[in-house]
Ligand binder design. Structure first.
Ligand code: PBG
Length: 347
């Protein structure tokens, strides 16, 4: 078939008659930037810090560039974050001693309590978020009080994570963080009723203006592996499937989010982020009035670091593309270990 015949049969279009050409807005960098729908900003990021009692800092084997920090080093790292334009940190503590309940978690001299006070003293404008969970503090590494000993509840399996007794501990932890000056508390244990229990305890204690960012939709994910090295909070037996969500579920995400909204959550979170972009979108569309956070978790960070170290991907480009995709999916706020680096790249 020659060209003329093709044209007659309208199998090719006369190029002069093409009205719609999306490419017109793509080639000129200034126009391209003008019509960009999703723009990352250092203000979107929350930077996670791991605080410990020992002095100095030590790098986490599975998370290059991430450290366990003394209180002093945590202040220094927060300063670095602040200079890069990142306005918020989220604190995780590695206690001196662990026990079945995790007493240091709500102790006045707990490591997170010390870190909050030190950071707020040196950098009062910095937003200090605290993770509220038991797993880093309990000797068994679970996110709640176990069904054993004095708490034994016949009818539930030995070692089951008990929901309601755990709520009282979570409430104590949140109040203790509030007393030290935390700006936002973020319960991450996926206990039913955790938001309302914490809300009530904060309100009775005079912290009715302290926001709760709920890890509302948290999956039982293998992407948390490196974090468990960092926070030394891996479960000593079993897993977290009795409370964290099944990766196959998305309708259940709406149920979890709705409950937390009802219980008084001020912000919702989906975690992990990258393998759950569809979940971020669905939750954002269902609750557009609430700010949404997404946790770009340890495994997602370490995968990029490992590939970049091998020269297989361009770390800067892949990281910014990943973070953009999380924001495009509907996240307003992104918790990421790449926060400070990404903020510098964005400059
Ligand atoms: C629980 C908690 C975890 C993470 C944040 N908070 C671990 C877990 O649920 O097992 C994981 C974060 C990450 O992987 O970066 N306190």
């Amino acid at each position: 078939m020659n060209l003329l015949e093709l044209e007659k049969q309208k199998l090719i279009t006369d190029h002069r008659s093409l009205i719609t050409r999306p490419r017109r807005l793509r080639a000129n960098p200034a126009i391209r930037a003008m019509v960009r729908e999703t723009e990352l900003n250092a203000r979107d990021f929350i930077y996670p810090l791991f605080v410990r009692h020992e002095t100095g800092r030590s790098e986490i084997r599975s998370m290059p560039g991430v450290y366990q920090l003394s209180v002093e080093e945590a202040v220094r790292e927060t300063e670095t974050a602040s200079k890069s334009g990142v306005n918020a940190v989220i604190l995780f503590g590695i206690p001196k001693e662990k026990d079945p309940i995790g007493l240091e978690n709500f102790s006045e001299d707990g490591i997170v309590q010390q870190a909050i006070r030190a950071i707020k003293k040196e950098l009062p404008e910095m937003v200090v978020v605290t993770d509220v969970c038991l797993c880093e503090y309990t000797d068994h590494g679970h996110c709640g009080i176990l069904n054993t000993g004095e708490h034994f509840h016949a009818g539930l399996p030995e070692g089951y994570v008990l929901n309601d007794p755990t709520l009282d501990v979570l409430a104590k932890v949140a109040v203790s963080h509030a007393e030290c000056g935390a700006d936002i508390v973020a319960p991450s244990g996926m206990m039913d009723g955790m938001v309302v229990s914490i809300r009530e305890a904060l309100d009775i204690s005079g912290y009715e203006n302290l926001p709760i960012m709920s890890y509302a939709v948290k999956y039982a994910s293998s992407f948390y592996g490196p974090f468990r090295d960092a926070a030394e909070g891996a479960p000593k037996f079993g897993d977290r499937k009795s409370h964290q969500m099944d990766p196959g579920n998305v309708r259940e995400a709406l149920r979890e989010a709705a409950l937390d909204v009802e219980e008084g959550a001020d912000m919702l979170m989906v975690k992990p982020a990258l393998a759950y972009l569809d979940v971020i979108r669905v939750v954002k569309d269902a609750f557009p009035e609430l700010p949404m956070a997404a946790y770009n978790v340890s495994g997602e960070y370490s995968m990029i670091k490992a590939a970049a170290a091998n020269g297989w991907v361009d770390e800067e480009k892949v990281t910014l593309e990943t973070l953009t995709s999380i924001k495009r999916a509907g996240a307003d706020v992104i918790i990421t270990y790449h926060a400070v680096e990404a903020a510098k790249w964005l400059k």
